[in-house]
Ligand binder design. Structure first.
Ligand code: SF4
Ligand code: SF4
Ligand code: SF4
Length: 379
C-alpha cells in the first residue's frame, strides 16, 4: 500500500510507502560544486572516522566523482535514469515518474543492486573531460570540453528509498532527520541497497548487514559540523538544519540558500526521495546537463552565482563556508560589501564566527628589513 505525500522539490504530490512525516528540523548540507578541487580530504576524513574496519574496505560513504564520466558505484545514476524513462518538467512541476511510481516494472521501488565489482573503481573517470580536446582548440566560456567534481554523501532524504525498501523496518529517521540503519534489526537482505537511488546504503559482507553514512551524529549532537564538512580543504561545504518548507527562517543559512535564494538545488530531484544535500550547480557545464542533475532551477542558480558579488547577503554567506567547525544556526550581515562582515551564531544565539565579506589583500615588502631576507611570495 502506498500513501500520497507532498514533495516540494517536484511541486506535486507523489506516492510513498509511508504517510508524510516531516521532521521539524532536518539535517541538511549545501555543497558549492564550483569550489571543489577533488582533493578527497572529505573522503579520507569520513573513512578514518567511520569505515576503517574489516569488510569496509570498499565503502566510501563520502566520495567525489568527476562528472560526466565518474561514478561510484559504476554507472549508478545512468542505470537508474534509464529505468525511470522520460523525465520531463512542466515549469517547476515534474511530469515523469519517481522511483516510487514506476509500478509497471513490477517493483515496489524502482532500483537495482550493483555488482560487487561496481564498487571497485571509486576513482574511475577522475579528471576526464567530456570530449577530446581538438588540435588547435582554445578554451572559451562556457568551457568545451568540460567536467566538474561532484561530492556525494547520503542525502538523509525526506522520503528515503532505503527506508521504504527495508522489509525488516530496520531503517529509521531520527527527530532531526538523520537516517540510520539499526544493526540489530538488519538481516542483510540488501533491499535498501536496491532501493537507494544514490547507492549510499552499502552491504558489509563480514557482518552480513548494511551500513550507511550516519551524518556524524555524535558530532552534530554537540553542535559541530560533520567530519566531511570540517575537513573540506576547498571550503565548499556547509552543514546545518533546514526548516520545513512552510516555516522558512531567512536567518537560517540553509533555508536562505535553498528556499529563499534557490541557489542550492537537490541532486536528481526526479528520483522522488526529496534529498537533503543541496548543490550550487557548476557554472561551466552545459545547461541541459545541469538541468538533468539539479532540476529546472539550475540555469537561474548559475546566473545568480555568477552575479553573487552584487548581492551582499548572498556573497557574505558564501564567505562563511568552511570557516568554523561549529554548526551555524543563524547568520547576520553587517556593513557593506567592501568593509562589512558576515557573523554566524550557534543554537543559543551566541556568536561563533565572524568573517570579512571581502578578504583583505595584504601586500608585504619584498625585502624584510627586520630579518634581512627577500620574500618570494608577498601577498
Ligand atoms: S575536501 Fe572539499 S574540496 Fe576536497 S574533494 Fe572534498 S569536497 Fe572537494
Ligand atoms: S541517499 Fe539513499 S541511503 Fe541515504 S537516506 Fe536517501 S535513500 Fe537512504
Ligand atoms: S556526514 Fe559523517 S558519516 Fe556522513 S559522509 Fe560525512 S563524514 Fe561520513
Amino acid at each position: 500500500m502506498s500513501h500520497k505525500v507532498h514533495n516540494w522539490q517536484l511541486n506535486r504530490e507523489m506516492d510513498y510507502i509511508y504517510p508524510e512525516s516531516r521532521p521539524d528540523k532536518q539535517v541538511a548540507w549545501v555543497f558549492d560544486t564550483n569550489k571543489c578541487i577533488a582533493c578527497q580530504t572529505c573522503t579520507m576524513a569520513c573513512k578514518n572516522a567511520w569505515t576503517s574496519g574489516k569488510g569496509q574496505e570498499y565503502m566510501w560513504w563520502n566520495n567525489v566523482e568527476t562528472k560526466p564520466w565518474g561514478f561510484y558505484p559504476l554507472g549508478w545514476d545512468v542505470k537508474l535514469l534509464e529505468k525511470l524513462g522520460a523525465q520531463n518538467w512542466d515549469g517547476d512541476t515534474y511530469e515523469g515518474k519517481t522511483i516510487f511510481e514506476t509500478s509497471e516494472t513490477g517493483e515496489k521501488i524502482t532500483g537495482y543492486v550493483p555488482d560487487k565489482e561496481d564498487f571497485s573503481y571509486p576513482n574511475i573517470g577522475e579528471d576526464e573531460v567530456s570530449e577530446l580536446v581538438k588540435q588547435g582548440q582554445y578554451i572559451k566560456i562556457p568551457h568545451q570540453p568540460w567536467m566538474f567534481y561532484l561530492a556525494r554523501i547520503c542525502n538523509h532524504c525526506t522520503y528515503p528509498g532505503c527506508l521504504g525498501g527495508c522489509p525488516r523496518k530496520a531503517i529509521y529517521k531520527r527527530d532531526e532527520g538523520t537516517v540510520l540503519i539499526d544493526q540489530k534489526r538488519c538481516r542483510g537482505y540488501r533491499e535498501c541497497v536496491r532501493a537507494c537511488p544514490y547507492k549510499k546504503s552499502m552491504f558489509r559482507t563480514l557482518t552480513g548487514k548494511s551500513e550507511k553514512c550516519i551524518a556524524c551524529y555524535p558530532a552534530t549532537e554537540k553542535g559541530e559540523q560533520t567530519q566531511c564538512v570540517q575537513n573540506c580543504i576547498g571550503k565548499i561545504r556547509m552543514f546545518g538544519f533546514k526548516n520545513q518548507p512552510g516555516k522558512i527562517d531567512p536567518k537560517n543559512p540553509i533555508d536562505y540558500l535553498v528556499h529563499i535564494k534557490k541557489i542550492a538545488l537537490p541532486l536528481y530531484p526526479q528520483f522522488g526521495t526529496e534529498p537533503n544535500v543541496y548543490y550550487i550547480p557548476p557554472i561551466n557545464t552545459p545547461e541541459s546537463f545541469n538541468k538533468q542533475l539539479f532540476g529546472p532551477g539550475a540555469a537561474k542558480a548559475v546566473e545568480m552565482y555568477k552575479n553573487a558579488i552584487q548581492d551582499k547577503s548572498l556573497v557574505a554567506l558564501l564567505m562563511l563556508f568552511g570557516c568554523t567547525g561549529k554548526t551555524v544556526y543563524s547568520f547576520e550581515v553587517q556593513g557593506d560589501i567592501e568593509t562589512g562582515h558576515c557573523i554566524g551564531y550557534d543554537e543559543k544565539g551566541e556568536e561563533i564566527v565572524r568573517v570579512p565579506i571581502k578578504e583583505p589583500i595584504i601586500i608585504r615588502e619584498k625585502h624584510d628589513k627586520e630579518r634581512n631576507v627577500n620574500r618570494i611570495s608577498i601577498s
